[in-house]
Design a protein around this ligand. Structure first.
Ligand code: NAD
Length: 476
């Protein structure tokens, strides 16, 4: 069965209709595919009450039982992959094959977290006779989470997985522009037997919901993925109430291409990766710093590959890159390209919107950009590759580190010495050498500098969802 789901809130284990807010648009043709439900104050109060009940039940459920429910939900999502992928492509635009991979990736997050949640071990600290010091990890409480539109299923999965694996309850405000991914997660958990109130899903006016939930006593962690600007706002608000935050924010990933690699293969690999999700990925490879001997061959091969990428409706099986997810991205890319051209950049491929219905923009390659071009400093969050020559690895590291971002970074080299220098020297939470994959379920993912705070994934990811309690016990 492939149809776009009915959009409702999910509170206290039940689906709830709500006032209709903005239309959900198919970015491939701008048609309306649904109306997002808007949570009222009383819906949010109901979600808070339900999450309190949910926390009482879930935090006292054994880790093994929690894992069982999570694995059952992941299994259901795997079984429903076609239906979910169809809905994601409809609301987001990405090619259906990428939507399927996103569903699988989301399931991997749940499966990893389910297993790792059973290993939140404490420790017993050796001490003088007669007293024991016991360190315990307890679930932090209710999590207020906010997920963005670029990965409608796998972004919510990160937050729900962390919360549920550790015994927390969660109110998730998922993206209004792409609500179906989170709705399918809630459906799967409902069908898997998750107790009411453990997972609550709302939509609405983002600032109103965050301003209402963050100050509440019951909210013990704020988890957000989105832009640095909004992340800072939420972090300030959280600080006023002394709440911890988990912030996964913007990036502007550098890619350093050393002169010991094969330029054409590296360029083709890079162009394919750049097209993923139409470049709307916080880890998307963006600033290519290529050592001079390879520069011409690399730029030429990248541009040639970019021109062959088929852009179209994600439901067509031959589409390699779908539309951008919303009109804001078209405007942002047009502005960045115009500014770069005015400052002397060369356009090697793409550069202009395709058609005027649907948010299509080609894979665009710019070369020889001055450091003050806006695209070199602002996250394009779109299919924009920026290629510049460098004379040395030291220069490349300096340029890579010049921005306030530090999320993902990449390098290509056959030299172990280069690889070590790059891994040590680049300021980023994730450095990938000879691969453009920045994170998988079992590794910690997150940023330094203005790219955020905290980690999602791996054993480190779960630590944010627990508090550490030390118990000192003198034997009487
Ligand atoms: P945005 O920051 O306004 O929105 C990002 C997400 O945050 C959306 O889901 C939105 O609903 C939510 N949000 C916005 N204001 C909020 C608030 N006050 N309280 C709670 N949630 C709030 O950005 P946008 O226009 O949707 O996207 C533009 C930029 O966002 C991109 O250029 C990119 O830098 C960043 N972004 C990053 C990621 C990521 O994976 N890190 C994902 C999406 C967007």
């Amino acid at each position: 069965m492939t149809q776009y789901p009915d959009l409702q809130l999910y509170i206290g284990g039940a689906w709830k209709k709500a006032a209709e807010g903005q239309p959900v648009l198919n970015p491939a043709d701008e048609s309306v595919i649904g109306m997002v439900p808007i949570a009222s104050r009383s819906d949010l109060d109901a979600a808070l009450a339900a999450a309190a009940d949910g926390f009482r039940t879930w935090s006292r459920t054994s880790p093994a039982k929690r894992a069982e429910v999570m694995l059952r939900a992941a299994r259901l999502m795997r079984e429903r992959v076609e239906e979910i992928a169809y809905a994601i492509t409809l609301e987001h635009g990405k090619p259906i094959a990428q939507a399927r991979l996103e569903v699988v990736r989301g399931c991997e997050f749940f499966e990893w977290d389910a297993a790792e949640g059973q290993r939140t071990y404490g420790r017993l600290i050796p001490s003088e006779p007669g007293i024991k010091y016991i360190v315990m990890h307890q679930p932090i409480g209710m999590v207020a989470a906010f997920s963005p539109w670029n990965f409608p299923l796998s972004q919510p999965a990160r937050k729900i997985g962390g919360a549920l694996a550790t015994g927390c309850s969660i109110i998730l405000k998922a993206a209004e522009e792409t609500p179906a991914g989170a709705i399918h997660i809630a459906r799967a958990f409902h069908d898997a037997g998750l107790p009411p109130g453990v997972l609550n899903l709302v939509f609405g006016v983002p600032s109103e919901i965050s301003e209402y939930l963050i100050p509440k006593d019951q909210t013990r962690l704020i988890a957000f993925t989105g832009s640095t600007a909004v992340g800072k706002k939420l972090t300030e608000m959280a600080a006023r109430h002394m709440k911890p935050v988990l912030m996964e924010l913007g990036g502007h990933a550098p890619v350093i291409v050393c002169d010991d690699v094969e330029p054409v293969v590296t360029a083709i690999t890079s162009a394919i990766r750049k097209a993923r999700n139409s470049g709307q990925v916080c880890t998307s490879p963006t600033r290519f710093y290529v050592q001079k001997p390879l520069y011409d061959a690399f730029s030429k091969a990248f541009a040639e590959k970019a021109r062959t990428v088929t852009v179209g409706n994600g439901l067509n099986s031959c589409t390699q890159m779908g539309p951008l997810a919303n009109h804001r991205r078209i405007e942002a890319l047009e502005t960045l390209v115009a500014d770069a051209k005015a400052k002397g950049a060369r356009v090697l491929a793409g550069g202009e919107r395709l058609g005027n219905r649907g948010y299509f923009f080609p894979l665009t390659v710019l070369a020889d950009l001055p450091d003050d071009a806006r695209a070199m400093r602002e996250e394009p969050f779109g299919p924009l590759a920026l290629i510049n020559p460098v004379s040395s690895i030291d220069e490349a590291i300096e340029k890579a580190n010049a921005l306030p971002f530090g999320l993902a970074a990449y390098a290509f080299t056959h030299s172990a010495r280069n690889a070590d220098r790059l891994a040590e020297g680049i300021e980023a939470g994730n450095v990938s050498i000879n691969t453009l994959e920045a994170s998988v379920a079992e590794t910690p993912f997150g940023g330094v500098k203005e790219s955020g705070y905290g980690r999602e994934g791996g054993m480190e990811g779960l630590s944010h969802y627990t508090i550490i309690k030390n118990v000192s016990h003198r034997m009487m």
